[in-house]
Design a protein around this ligand. Sequence first.
Ligand code: PSU
Ligand code: MN
Length: 308
Amino acid sequence: MSGIPLVVAEEVAQALAEGRAVVALESNVITHGLPYPDNAATAVEVESAVRKGGAVPATIGVDGGRLLIGMGEADIERFAATPGIPKAGNRDLPVVLARGGLGATTVASSLVAAELAGIPFFASAGIGGVHRGAQATMDVSADLIQFTRSRVAVVCAGAKNILDLGLTLEYLETQGVPLVSYRSDDFPAFYCASSGLRSPHRIDDPDVVARVVEHHWAAGGRGVVVTSPPRPEDAVDPEVAESAVRAALAAAERDGVTGNAITKYLMRAVDEATGGRTSRANMAVLVSTAETGGVLAAAHARHRSALR
Ligand code: PSU
Ligand code: MN
């Protein structure tokens, strides 16, 4: 058992005990990804979308030295409305836990928590990846490294277009992390339907995705990345996004922004440049990815109970 106290929501604990599907969700996107009150409304919608897909949502966060595994609406409101909650990535997690107080978990640290709680699926819109210019800065998101450590399937709309997506795919290949694209040929770019890069594998059947996950685990593998593109009506034109990203990168360089602050800075700058178009798309893709996460987690839970 872990020495970290877990506060598992009753509904989540019951679903896990009965072998029903649960999908873990991050809280950094609430505190750092979107402004209040859109962040609170979106987090609640994301939870409903997981339910619509057929699974129980478990939003993850840190509170008073404990890991929350499943938040109620009151917790979500608290995380959304409290200013200055620290971003608790993997390197920060033990520190935030030891100090007490609130902490917002990234994809990587939410995977750590999900595995401790026995939750096999996680969903978020945009995973971290290899940053543009990483050849010089070495800025590679801890999310990618965590996929080689946590035995959790990650459902996402690909990686954020502020990143170098080609290098992100190379990194996943080098580390032997399976990448499958559910019902699309290409690796999506978050709120853009395609990154222009072909996915190594397309799978249209949720049961086949479930078997991929089980086979990887049976072989001693850890994370599996499953992408699902944004719905056409939510997607942003890649050219519009790309010019905003370039301007944002130039502004970040001018302002000397680096390290763990850069993701939030760039996302905000892109949103301002597109007149709020990208944060609306961000919210929509968080919701649609969560629903797909629910569908795939449910297929996986059925597959597991059939094996039992
Ligand atoms: N997706 C979003 N907004 C975000 C993030 C993802 O739409 O803010 C966050 C996630 O928490 C992800 C983190 O784990 O960005 C990656 O941060 P970094 O690039 O510093 O590794
Ligand atoms: Mn980084």
